[in-house]
Ligand binder design. Structure first.
Ligand code: TXA
Ligand code: MG
Length: 316
């Protein structure tokens, strides 16, 4: 059942509590409606991927109440600081390197060592983020491959019952997603054109952006996953036994598993554990991580996509 509530202050306070309890809360920003979850909670983040029915774990944008909160999440370099001063709050997302003790789950970064952050200009959105008191992961609140939602009705039509609560704040002001800038590249790189123009950004940093990507950021991120996140150990898929020198990452009622993604065979739970467990098993003395077979349906497709990338040998 999806609750739809007008975005009043008491409802924002209620919605913040639901976010902290691990629920999915859709909320308006100045760009499009976001599908929000507690970015520090693996299970809540996994629910986003399940609700959007994404074939891959695209990394998610992390929303903050104010620029002061970035320090717990990403490293701010010179040009990023200039962009923050000039354009936050506003429709600008910055890709930063994750800080060592990043509070955002690795799942929200899709296993990358970077994190996308923004402070929305929408006042209700910031009130919600402030009340939640933690970073909130929020991709556009549409199912994968559909158009981004700019009204509460779009959200319900696209995601149906898989979102717990929708805050209705009327139509979005910008209606076009935020501009995404990769601040880990020199010169900075435009990954997705959006609500803020490149010219405004270039004027501020006094530098020309690299703009070799067209209108879709998606090919870059997933394409980079295999080289950005590959365990040191080999990965063997669809394992039915464990050989010498291997550890076993199980699923369902697997015997001898060193770690089990979900003993109950629950794909949402498995997605929530995936990146964290691969990291834990990837120790010095382990030659190979064997992985039990995962059903290739629903969220299982995204898990298998990610596992295949982890198993693929590194290019070069
Ligand atoms: O306006 C917006 O940005 C909306 C509202 C809700 O804030 N959000 C949004 O999120 O459009 P989403 O998930 O639909 O788009 C995020 C884009 C994706 O294309 C993703 O690949 C890219 O940002 N992205 C996120 N983290 C990244 C990272 N670490 N490196 C490269 N690209 C990243
Ligand atoms: Mg989107």
């Amino acid at each position: 059942m999806t609750d739809i509530m007008p975005m009043t202050s008491p409802n924002v306070a209620r919605a913040a509590k639901r976010l902290c309890a691990g629920d999915l809360v859709a909320f308006p920003t100045e760009t499009v409606y976001g599908l929000g979850a507690d970015a520090t909670n693996d299970k809540a983040v996994a629910k986003i991927y399940a609700a959007k029915n994404r074939p891959q774990f695209n990394p998610l944008i992390i929303h903050l109440a104010g620029a002061g909160a970035v320090e717990d999440v990403g490293e701010i370099t010179g040009p990023a600081a200039m962009l923050i001063d000039a354009f936050w709050p506003g429709p600008l997302t910055l890709i930063l390197r994750r800080v060592q003790h990043c509070s955002v789950t690795l799942l929200a970064s899709a296993g990358l060592d970077t994190v996308a952050v923004r402070v929305p200009a929408h006042e209700g959105a910031r009130e919600l983020l402030k009340a939640a008191g933690r970073p909130v992961a929020a991709p556009s609140a549409n199912s994968s491959g559909r158009i981004s939602p700019t009204t509460a009705r779009h959200v319900v039509d696209s995601l149906g019952g898989s979102v717990d609560l929708v805050l209705d704040g009327g139509p979005c002001r910008v209606g076009l997603e935020s501009t995404v800038i990769d601040c880990t590249s020199r010169p900075l790189r435009l990954l997705r054109p959006g609500g803020l123009t490149s010219e405004m950004i270039e004027d501020t940093i006094g530098q020309t952006l690299i703009t070799d990507v067209d209108d879709d950021v998606a090919p870059k991120s997933p394409g980079m996953l295999s080289s950005h996140y590959a365990p040191r150990a080999k990965v063997r898929l669809n394992a039915t036994s464990v050989e010498t020198g291997e550890v076993l990452l199980g699923f369902g009622d697997t015997k001898d598993a060193d770690l089990n993604l979900s003993p109950a065979g629950d794909l949402t739970e498995a997605a929530a554990n995936l990146f964290a467990y691969l990291h834990r098993l990837d120790r010095e003395d382990v030659a190979c991580i064997a992985v039990s077979s995962i059903p290739d349906a629903g969220l299982g497709r995204a898990i298998n996509d990610r596992l295949r990338r982890a198993a693929a040998p590194l290019p070069g």
